[in-house]
Design a protein around this ligand. Structure first.
Ligand SMILES: Nc1ncnc2c1ncn2[C@@H]1O[C@H](COP(=O)(O)OP(=O)(O)OP(=O)(O)O)[C@@H](O)[C@H]1O
Ligand SMILES: [Mg+2]
Length: 306
């Protein structure tokens, strides 16, 4: 599979603090890549380095198969981006704002303004002042501007930030649509796992500057693991019974009195009976699943609903 964007040990240090620490991420052609991390994790800093807006302390970026150097900026024409809040002139109309951008970017074709507005569904508010737009419309205008020069790779930094659920859904539909109809490769950052999961083909989780996980959505089921969780009074005795009498080998003590069993999941009643028969007090036995969400919560200690 062709790789559109790759970073190699990409690092940005501010004084001694590493905002981004040895990040190796891979975005493949045609993918929607969800770049997930809580506030301050290093998402924007990573994106800024990819775009050449700030200089890495160490490491490299490769775009469209070529290592990026400060001198060679041709690849930037193939990328469209919104980073944090896109700036617009509040007193000018939607169309005028895009027109200015088109002019400044040296794009001779005037049609691109209307085409972009149509792509994001803003054709009916072309004459409306920017300041009169809803937040969701402003975000879509940001995306319209990023699309103006028909980029292959779109990098959107938290495009749903501050939107209500309906607005979030609209942006999600737009992103999916762009990937499907225009075959854009899209990297989209977010701090909300559930949202990224609905969009992305691949997810990279960044935490305290480090890319702690990169996983394909289709592998998430493999990642999800079912287990029986037992809460017992006497865990040493419980382990003895499980191993010797129930023939269980795949288990793990996760806490004092808490045991996770990864086999014979359908035998919870039997296991319970065997343990009780041998005098082990079982206060709880339940079937559970570790999801990416649990993983994300565990490493970030955050919430998933924003
Ligand atoms: N110019 C700077 N000088 C010093 N520290 C910085 C600078 N820019 C970012 N940082 C720090 O780097 C870390 C990562 O910041 P970054 O903006 O990349 O996070 P983020 O994942 O985009 O967060 P958010 O979800 O809040 O946008 C933070 O600890 C931040 O305070
Ligand atoms: Mg950010």
């Amino acid at each position: 599979m062709e790789t559109v964007l790759q970073t190699f040990e990409l690092t940005k240090a501010y004084k001694t603090h590493k905002a981004v620490d040895s990040v190796n991420l891979t975005v493949r052609k045609g993918d929607i890549y969800g770049f997930l991390g809580q506030n301050g994790a290093g998402k924007t800093t990573t994106i800024r380095m990819i775009m050449g807006l700030i200089k890495p302390t160490a490491g490299e970026v490769e775009l469209f198969g070529k290592k990026v150097t400060a001198k060679d900026t041709d690849h930037l024409e193939r990328i469209g981006t919104i980073i944090e809040f896109p700036g617009f002139y509040p007193n000018l109309s939607v169309g005028e704002n895009l027109e200015i951008h088109r002019y400044l970017m040296g794009m001779p074709d005037r049609k691109v303004v209307d085409e972009s507005l149509e792509l994001v569904g803003l054709q009916n508010v072309k004459t409306r002042k920017f300041s009169k737009l809803s937040l969701g419309m402003k975000q879509r205008l940001g995306i319209a501007r990023a699309l103006l020069h028909k980029p292959e790779l779109l990098i959107l930094d938290e495009p749903t930030n501050g939107l209500d659920p309906a607005g979030i859904k609209e942006i999600r539909r737009l992103i999916l649509d762009l990937a499907e109809t225009r075959h854009n490769t899209i990297m989209v950052s977010s701090h909300i796992l559930s949202e990224v999961q609905l969009l992305a083909k691949r997810i990279g989780i960044i935490h305290q500057g480090r890319l702690v996980k990169e996983v394909d959505i289709e592998d998430i089921d493999k990642f999800n693991q079912h287990y029986l969780e037992l809460k017992v009074k006497n865990d040493r005795k419980a382990v003895y019974v499980l191993e010797q009498k129930c023939n269980i080998k795949r288990y793990r003590m996760v806490d004092q009195g808490v045991i996770r069993i990864y086999e014979q999941l359908e035998e919870s009643a039997l296991l319970n009976r065997m343990l009780v028969q041998d005098g082990v007090e079982v206060s709880e036995i339940s079937l559970r699943k570790d999801s990416l969400e649990d993983y994300f919560l565990n490493i970030t200690g955050g919430t998933t609903d924003g």
